[in-house]
Design a protein around this ligand. Structure first.
Ligand SMILES: N[C@@H](CCC(=O)N[C@@H](CS)C(=O)NCC(=O)O)C(=O)O
Length: 458
């Protein structure tokens, strides 16, 4: 499937073979849309998130959790929120409510790193942390030091020498075994059956361990460091093994304790703000791992994850703990999810329009290894007005529903449909979770971009 996506990406506008129609510039202005966001927010009792003190949010650059003073910790994590090692540290800080500031650094597959970062961390690796100005690298070391330096902030490890601590240490080793078995199966096409057996045996062991202390977490009723360490990988495993191997990890009841663990994690605001989605993961893993190996059995699930079936079309199928392809136990609140997507689009419209217009602009002079990234691409400047109007129609449809949209499509209209279709597709394929939006809001945005694309395409 990635092959399909890559070829699609190399010729922006997969609908470009189809006939598109021109359309009218009669969507409300951005100012009027902002007004609507505020009105809807008041109606639905929804407020813009409190980035500093509210639930974890990928847009936050400073977190104080209401505590006075200057944060002692500065975290450097990847800006796309793709790196599992960064996610562990991020989640630990959030669960412990340790005040911190954040600097986002791009991964190499997203282009060159800022020289100030490589001067500090010559390997360029993420995450890194400064504690009282002292630099620490390696996620395991960072996490160990955070536990030691903030003993009063919700300790996540049982005390040294205790039986629980021994169990926690042994579970951490199980996590590395799972990591290795997952990668062996995911990244190679040989020994498919043997790799699959090995992976399943290790997942059976993980599920047994999740039941051993009564659950829902590894050490029992309370979340611990073990859950924090497993979380980024169990998240990526569920996405990638379905997409590349057609094998359901989550949602078919095979591993009951694990299902309960996913649900318990997703009930935690600290985790949900860091959680990505299947689509983002299946496309962020290959550039980090140097590729993933698909089997033909995976085609149906992969098409659903890529939104190539009806899964990204309005009306969206319900989202819950058993939805296919991606279970999401907090479920959805479609009115709020649409509002959240609209608020982001309206609040950041100038940058988003320019970004989307790369879809009708020129690919970059220097490609990078992440297919969804093209840092040197340029926007189709002459189409900015049309793309702007298209995005205002999308925001309006998110806020008022597609039936209330004033979008008028006909061959005689002023604005070119083809450039806008290419731009909407470019943006749709690059909505990243959690970087841009939480999953339920991201799928609303993708589906409303598809509504625009479908409306403009004969
Ligand atoms: N052992 C390191 C591994 C960190 C690591 O591999 N980070 C990757 C991202 S997942 C990285 O920074 N790669 C360089 C890059 O892509 O920019 C740790 O646990 O912190």
């Amino acid at each position: 499937m990635l092959g399909t996506l890559q070829s699609l990406l190399s010729q922006p506008g997969s609908q470009s073979g189809k006939r598109t129609s021109s359309f009218s510039d009669n969507a409300p202005s951005w100012e009027a849309l902002q007004q609507l966001v505020e009105e809807k927010g008041a109606q639905l009792s929804w407020q813009q998130p409190d980035l500093e003190n509210g639930p974890s949010n990928p847009l936050a650059l400073k977190r104080t959790f209401g505590q006075p003073g200057t944060p002692r910790v500065k975290l450097f994590r990847d800006h796309a929120a793709w790196c599992p090692y960064c996610q562990k540290v991020w989640l630990q800080l959030e669960e412990k409510k340790i005040p911190y500031t954040l600097e986002k650094i791009n991964m190499r597959c997203y282009g060159d790193k800022p020289p100030e970062y490589t001067a500090k961390v010559p390997s360029g690796l993420l995450p890194a942390m400064e504690l009282d100005g002292r630099l620490i690298v390696e996620s395991a070391e960072i996490m160990r030091i955070l536990e030691e330096a903030f003993p009063d902030h919700n300790p996540l490890l049982p005390s040294k020498g205790s039986k629980d601590r021994q169990r926690a240490d042994s579970l951490m080793r199980l996590e590395r075994r799972l990591f290795s078995d997952w990668l062996s199966w995911l990244t190679t096409s040989w020994s498919h059956e043997a790799n699959k057996r090995e992976f399943i045996a290790t997942m059976d062991a993980v599920d047994r361990e999740l039941g051993a202390a009564g659950g829902p977490f590894f050490l029992g009723a309370d979340l611990s460091m073990v859950d924090v360490v497993f979380a980024p990988f169990l998240e990526r495993i569920a996405a990638s093994i379905l997409y590349y191997k057609g094998f359901t990890v989550r949602g078919d009841g095979r591993w009951k304790n694990l299902e309960r663990w996913y649900e318990a994690m997703e009930a935690r605001p600290a985790y949900i703000g860091t959680r990505s989605d299947f689509y983002t993961h299946v496309h962020d893993l290959p550039p980090q791992l140097g590729g993933c190996a698909s089997v033909p059995d995976a085609d149906e699930a992969a098409a659903a994850i890529d939104g190539e079936d009806r899964s990204w079309q309005l009306p969206l199928p319900p989202l819950n703990a058993t939805s296919f392809p991606e279970p999401y136990s907090p479920g959805e609140d479609p009115a709020i999810d649409r509002l959240r997507a609209a608020a982001r689009l309206v609040g950041n419209h100038a940058a988003i329009v320019k970004f989307a217009a790369r879809g009708c602009g020129k690919p970059g002079w220097r490609p990078v290894s992440a297919p969804l990234s093209d840092p040197t691409a340029t926007a189709g400047e002459s189409f900015l007005e049309a793309v702007d109007a298209g995005m205002r129609h999308v925001a309006h449809a998110l806020l008022e529903g597609v039936d209330a949209s004033s979008l008028h499509v006909s061959d005689g209209e002023k604005l070119p449909g083809d450039a806008v279709v290419a731009s909407a597709e470019y943006l749709r394929d690059r909505v990243g979770v959690p970087r841009d939006l939480p999953y339920p809001a991201a799928r609303q945005l993708r589906a409303h971009l598809n509504w625009l694309i479908g409306s403009l395409t004969a």
